[in-house]
Ligand binder design. Sequence first.
Ligand code: FES
Ligand code: FES
Length: 173
Amino acid sequence: MLVTVNINGEAKRLNIAPGELLLDALRSAGYFGVKRGCETGECGACTVLVNEKPVNSCLMFAAQAEDADILTIEGVAPDGKLDPIQTAFLDHGAVQCGYCTPGMILSAKALLAGRPDPTEGEVREALAGNFCRCTGYLKPVEAVLAAAQVYRQAGQSARRKSGRSLGTSRKKR
Ligand code: FES
Ligand code: FES
């Protein structure tokens, strides 16, 4: 059967078997950043964002994704410019073997989209579904807090710029 989905901003038609998992459908379509781990919803390695919410793709049928917006790690830096979360993970040594990293970054992205100034507890809660065997979690948590700060600063400077251009256009009237 065919399912129409929007993956990383591109409309795609995936040819899937009726009981196929979203994890398998995405990997078959070449999105290998979606990692296969436990396949029982425990480890979070297979996390993707479905309509902006983190989902374990091993627990969702591909058919359920009809018309959904899906973000995989491949879509986080589409033009090759790293997202601040990715940069912060690198800067803080939060990437070791890297197997959990795509899922962690997507969970962090969903958190920061709704919560630009999270507490450490909120970051830990957001990452609680992403198991990491290497880092001990402190470094990923520090990285997400640092990325939140970068996002906030970028937001402030964008607001200042738009305030300035609004000021200019008002003077013209
Ligand atoms: S592979 Fe999906 S949660 Fe572990
Ligand atoms: S960096 Fe290895 S599992 Fe997290």
